[in-house]
Design a protein around this ligand. Structure first.
Ligand SMILES: NC(=O)C1=CN([C@@H]2O[C@H](COP(=O)(O)OP(=O)(O)OC[C@H]3O[C@@H](n4cnc5c(N)ncnc54)[C@H](O)[C@@H]3O)[C@@H](O)[C@H]2O)C=CC1
Ligand SMILES: CC(C)CC(=O)C(=O)O
Ligand SMILES: [Mg+2]
Length: 349
């Protein structure tokens, strides 16, 4: 089994290094790694944020473990050369349309949540975010209006096939969990969302065992902090899912805790923390690596058929937290490597 390892920029290499240590400690027979350049480091070395060699590794690999991309040095580059194009390009080129972002409260972290402990305690939800469409991939550009004003535009669109495939993914996810699906849109204003809602309702006919509800995204943002326990699975578009998942991360303690899987129709996946390259803390040993460690566990579970090994990692993370391991984002002072040490120690117990 080949794992593509793409550390990227900023804290990406720091958190990937800890995930790799944890994977190595499992001593899984036949697991090999091939590293590739992505993001700002790739641009600086090759002139492209997603070089063809990297894409080739990604295509050959059984799964991809990704750190983060983003580098302020590249802010003035034209859009197609910017580091973020690496992750957007991988998602599109490999048709990774279904982005699973679980947010579950580790009981030991209730003091790190921005919510009251009794509200935070019950959080166990999954955001299923569409990853190949929406404003991120629509026609976009800068132009000058007839009156000489500068204007920017990003077209939001979804066709019914794109909505149907993510709806199926979300219904299946809900069926395997508590059987509740909330579709989040802005159908009171956006035609894109009206189509989204119609197609989700049509798809629901194939899943009579799943209870479907709908919510506008502004209300969903509010409900996520008012009463997050009401949610089991949330399905939503690319932009809304991006925003709601960062919000959900603070409900369970930190953006440094949220893992993700981005899957194609056949179970091939890219696994990454939901956070970015965090230039404000890069190189200082302050990054929490647990989101990446938990992403590696999702990789074992979803793409490599190694659920027992995934369970071991998740149990070790829970044990490390129960033992008091805390990086600065969780109110502690452990370094990135010390958080890795704590997980390794828990794995060995
Ligand atoms: N998938 C990816 O590669 C993503 C890339 N980005 C890129 O990352 C760069 C920085 O973006 P921001 O908006 O600042 O988002 P960010 O997620 O990198 O950071 C937001 C805040 O959270 C903190 N943070 C993030 N991860 C953390 C961790 N593991 N441990 C402790 N604290 C953590 C950061 O220090 C910062 O204060 C940008 O270039 C952006 O485009 C942003 C999100 C995802
Ligand atoms: C470059 C961004 C689109 C990545 C991001 O913020 C995300 O996927 O959460
Ligand atoms: Mg994001």
């Amino acid at each position: 089994m080949l794992v593509a390892l793409f550390p990227g920029d900023g804290i990406g290499p720091e958190v990937i290094a800890q995930a790799r240590r944890v994977l190595d400690a499992l001593k899984i027979d036949g697991l090999t790694y091939e590293e590739g350049l992505v993001g700002g480091v790739a641009y600086k070395a090759t002139g492209h944020p997603l070089p063809p060699e990297t894409l080739d590794i990604a295509r050959r690999a059984d799964a991809i473990l990704f750190g983060a991309v983003g580098d302020f040095d590249c802010d003035s580059l034209e859009r197609r050369l910017r580091p973020e194009q690496a992750i957007l390009g991988l998602r599109k080129e490999l048709t990774l349309f279904s982005n699973l972002r679980p947010a579950k409260m580790f009981p030991e972290l209730s003091e790190a949540s921005t919510l009251r402990p009794e509200i935070a305690a019950a959080i166990d939800l999954m955001i299923v975010r569409e990853l190949n469409g929406d404003v991120y991939f629509g026609e976009k550009g800068l132009r000058t209006t007839a009156t000489g004003l500068r204007e920017g535009y990003d077209i939001m669109s979804y066709n019914e096939d794109e909505v149907r495939r993510i709806a199926h993914s979300a219904f299946r996810t809900a069926r395997a969990r508590r059987g509740k699906l909330c579709s989040v849109d802005k159908a009171n204003v956006l035609d894109t969302s009206q189509l989204w809602r119609d197609v989700v309702i049509e798809t629901a006919k194939e899943y009579p065992d799943v209870a479907l509800t709908h919510m506008y995204v502004d209300n969903a943002a509010m409900q996520l902090v008012r009463n997050p326990a009401q949610f089991d699975v949330i399905v939503t578009g690319n932009l809304f899912g991006d925003i709601l998942s960062d919000q959900a991360s603070m409900c369970v303690g930190s953006i440094g805790m949220l893992a993700s899987a981005s899957l194609d129709a056949n179970g091939k996946g890219l696994y990454e923390p939901i956070h970015g390259s965090a230039p404000d803390i890069a190189g200082q040993g302050k990054a929490n690596p647990l989101a990446t460690v938990l992403s590696a566990a999702m990789m074992l579970r979803y793409s490599l058929g190694m659920a027992a090994q995934a369970d071991r990692i998740e149990a070790a993370v829970a044990k490390a937290l129960a033992g008091g391991a805390r990086s600065p984002d969780l109110g502690g002072s452990l370094t990135t490597a010390q958080m890795g040490d704590a997980v390794l120690a828990a794995l060995g117990d």
